[in-house]
Design a binder for this molecule. Sequence first.
Ligand code: ADP
Ligand code: ASP
Ligand code: MG
Length: 866
Amino acid sequence: MASSRPVDRWIVLKFGGTSVSRRHRWNTIGDLAGKRAEEIGGRALVVVSALSGVTNELTAIAEGAADSAARVDALVTRHGAFLEELELGQEVLAERLAALRGLLQDPRAAGRPLDWQAEVLAQGELLSSTLGAAYLRSRGLDVGWMDARHWLQALPPSPNQSAWSQRLSVNCQGQGGEDFGSRFDAQPTRLLVTQGFIARHGDGGTAILGRGGSDTSAAYFGALLGARGVEIWTDVPGMFSANPKDVPDARLLTRLDYYEAQEIATTGAKVLHPRAIKPCRDAGVPMAIRDTGRPDMPGTRIDGSAEPVPGVKAISRRNGIVLVSMEGIGMWQQVGFLADVFALFKQHGLSVDLIGSAETNVTVSLDPSENLVSTDVLAALSADLAQVCKVKVIVPCAAITLVGRGMRSLLYKLSDVWATFGRERVHMISQSSNDLNLTFVIDEADADGLLPILHGELIDSGAMPVYDAQVFGPRWREIIGSVRPRATPWWRAPAARSRLLALAAQGTPAYAYDLATVRERARQLKAVAAIDRYFYAIKANPHPHILRALAEEGFGLECVSQGELERVFAAVPGIDPAQVLFTPSFAPIDEYRAALARGVNLTVDNVELLQHWPEVFRGRALWLRIDLGHGDGHHRKVNTGGKEAKFGLSAQRVEEFLEQARALDIRIGGIHAHLGSGVENSGHWQQMVDELAGFARRIGSVEVLDIGGGLPVPYSDDDEPFDLDAWGRGLAAVKAVHPAFQLAIEPGRFLVAECGVLLAHATQVVEKDGARRVGLDAGMNALLRPALYDAWHDIANLSRLDQACDADVGVVGPICESSDVFAQRVKLPRATAPGDVMLVADAGAYGFSMASTYNLRALPREEVLP
Ligand code: ADP
Ligand code: ASP
Ligand code: MG
């Protein structure tokens, strides 16, 4: 039977803990192994992990947990139950479970020597492989079982290797003897199941490849067999640009070379064990990471032929990092100091990861996945180091690493990333000499919540080239189906499109506003029960029709200048002044006078106003704008909170303000904060209500808490619509804590951004050094946001809306200014030509209101669609 098969082709499939813990997964394993063997015209070796969570239990037992007996009982029960789920008899695991119990009776159990610990740890994989092979056989597959320890041999200890790593974190022989292949080929079955994680120790006992080491077992087998491939099957469809469980926006990395994959794995992406890559790389065996629950997804391919793409590919985090800071007197450059210090690390069997040095200090990091960094080991090391220098151990730290090719040439794009780290206490920054990584070490607690922020900054700055489809695939949240897609924009409807084309024929650039969209957004907001008072920040778009529509929907109007006030009273004659807010910043005093004369609600934000012009404010009712000391927003230039921001009374000066106000008989009826625009974190407003309520109680007379605006809109396919329901629920919850106050909001963008489009004609289409550019007759003079904030606006060719968008082009304006660029990479029909009508979407907010006549180009026209 064996002789009729081609026996020299192997493929290795490794299945992790979650992939082997359920019956339907084992059906998938059987199907996949059979299919792969067939595809290569050969055989498949299946390497398995222990059932999920089992190695954690075994580790606790190996480390002498007091309740070890109970833990063993629970493991016996769990495996028994799984046999039942698989409809297998209990005898399948009887011997193995007895061996597990036996280890607790073993005389070595008292002293817990490392060889005994290795045997304990090995039981998880021995159990899972045994039951898996039995199950596949019960389904009629041609499956054999083998003990991995007969095949994988731990390398003899290297000099200075600690006893711990010689037994529990070993490396193996990656090259087989002459007969490895033939012995393997002599196995009679088409499919073979074996264990990950374990190998034969030089003394004949068991050795362990380290936590997560089943990946490495598969890689060794792949290398030893010269396999067609090694596939790591797990619970995510590949390696991502960040841990997808922490960063839902993380992108699948579809293609990586061995070196980048190595760096991502080494710096914390648990999906692949860092030691798994070298054996495959040396043997030229391609690797793939795949998802057992989504076997149709292509996953990540790692091989030697991936074209290098510059840019940050991933950001990862390692926890439990230990920093050892060594302070000496005049030691740097002192002959032999470093040699003395590192000799001590060597003596304690510790391998050093990162190194930072200064005139009188050397700091190194120890990675717990490579070292046993127990308190005992650290105490012994510190005692020895104390002989040569002053030692400080800083734990626990987190190392956050950006990985990608050409890190040094990307530094100029990382200003936001540096700024984010600048807000934390950074212990160490290290840039690898292979130019593949940049690492920041901070306190572990400070790292929580940081990765999604940094990941977003890497994309926004262009440092992570997510538009490159050779490397970047879909986002995790798309894969798991938790994306709330944007609604189809109004201008795509055939009737709207014809009207817009007709408008464009009358001349461009022109803004067109769809009032139905404005009313729809207004009604969505009015449905949020926790809000009592609504204002529209007219600076976003003060077009009279929009003001009237929103006033009709029950919105008050918020102004920041006398010009805006005049616009409001002209556009909405008869508006109740109490429905008008005036919130100026550093405006001339006459504007305050005029506003008070009109009887509108005035908000002030500093003490100096009252000190300088007491008579203007005496006896008035005012609102007060407070700076809560922190800001947020889609871009640094729209962040309006914190020390750097010019807005708001410093929280430090509230008492001083109140004293002055009392002296002038001023009554503070409302307090206001607005910390930024385009804020995506809905917890932001809850926190604001909480903080404002604290101030309101101190002031006493406050009835209204005005939490500003800042609600975001989805400008690109990558953005999700703001979750108004979640926002409303959050506000209702925090309002229940502070029921004494009314809540007011004053959004601008949210109400009007999506109602507006900017129409332009294409002027010229030009190729230059491989780049294709479409010019428009509208530029930064008509829409400033891209140039000012790097803002994204979708752009469509309205004349060719039905054609495929098959070209990547830059879209630019006619202004003599290098920042006159709408976007560098827009997908447009290749046939886009001069004279086509182009549409810039979501331009209803801060479009016309920020337009200028720069270069003496005329202001765009404005048209309203009813
Ligand atoms: P297995 O049990 O299959 O070996 P692991 O838990 O060891 O699985 O590895 C898979 C996990 O790795 C994923 O569930 C994911 O949370 C985590 N992970 C961390 N970083 C990354 C990353 N950059 N890409 C993908 N997964 C990652
Ligand atoms: N079962 C081992 C662990 O959990 C090895 C592995 O799953 O890769 O660490
Ligand atoms: Mg793993």
